[in-house]
Design a protein around this ligand. Sequence first.
Ligand SMILES: NC(=O)c1ccc[n+]([C@@H]2O[C@H](COP(=O)([O-])OP(=O)(O)OC[C@H]3O[C@@H](n4cnc5c(N)ncnc54)[C@H](OP(=O)(O)O)[C@@H]3O)[C@@H](O)[C@H]2O)c1
Length: 284
Amino acid sequence: MKKVRLGTTDEFVPAIGQGTWKMGQDPAKRSQEVQALRDGIAHGATLIDTAEMYSEGEAERIVADAVHDVRDQIFLVTKVWPTNASYDGVLRAAAGSLRRLRTDRIDLYLLHWPSAEHPISETMRAMRKLAEDGSVRYIGVSNFSDELLAEAQDALGDRLIVCNQVVYNLQNRIIEKRVKPYCDQHGITVMAYSPLGDGRFPEPGTEGRAVLDKIAAKYGKTPYQVALNWLIAQGNVIAIPKASNPRHAVENAQAAGFELAGEDLAEIAQAFPLPAGDFVVRRL
Ligand SMILES: NC(=O)c1ccc[n+]([C@@H]2O[C@H](COP(=O)([O-])OP(=O)(O)OC[C@H]3O[C@@H](n4cnc5c(N)ncnc54)[C@H](OP(=O)(O)O)[C@@H]3O)[C@@H](O)[C@H]2O)c1
């Protein structure tokens, strides 16, 4: 598995991890979801992203079941929901996540969205406290613009933000305008969420899909693997596709094992041009 440096730390994490949004919604699918995560792990996708909000904590419990006997090989990412982002709320939320994940440490703890209610400085003070206590190893944010990243980093002082988790897929390349250049310059790793478009992958019959299919055939890969590979080829990017289907989980983990040639990277970029507008900050 290709590795990516986490922020400016000495930690290297898999370029392709595994998401868990919507896992835990259907009890009938639970064992398959645990198996999908385990199969992904067996193929090197040992970074797992979850959140207290996903299925009201059930996704974190599924992750706990998937990693219980391999915890030391896993890089666990979870998130605090913005309405819990007061100082005490963050400490309480982290304790709840640790309990559901059945672990003594969160490898990377993220503020899930900018909060409409709680000042960033207060949230970051709690994040710092968790890092000092050792229950959180690294601090990050999600859905942050370049301006908000600067504000959060100011509040944290010498404890660095290592990651900004943002939407990034071929049909939504908006972060390439300002957010990603800022992250690249400041040593903040971009974690690409919905890297396969959250179920809206380019449809067969479209021009973009034809390009993906053609390039996939050239490398003996699937168009999904080509799309993930293109994202991580942009550098400083970790992609976290979600797969409840074990076959998808393995396919995704294997998407890091080849390199697209420059001409193919360029052809894909041309087929999926940058959208108009700019990254819009939403506060929840
Ligand atoms: N920070 C945030 O605000 C935020 C927001 C959204 C997502 N996220 C994180 O990012 C993760 C990924 O994003 P996402 O769940 O929105 O969407 P995604 O990973 O872009 O797409 C998931 C969908 O793609 C399907 N899929 C996965 N691998 C496939 C493959 N190889 N071939 C065909 N289909 C495949 C999945 O099907 P099956 O499940 O049936 O395999 C599922 O329907 C989330 O799970 C979550 O951890 C974070």
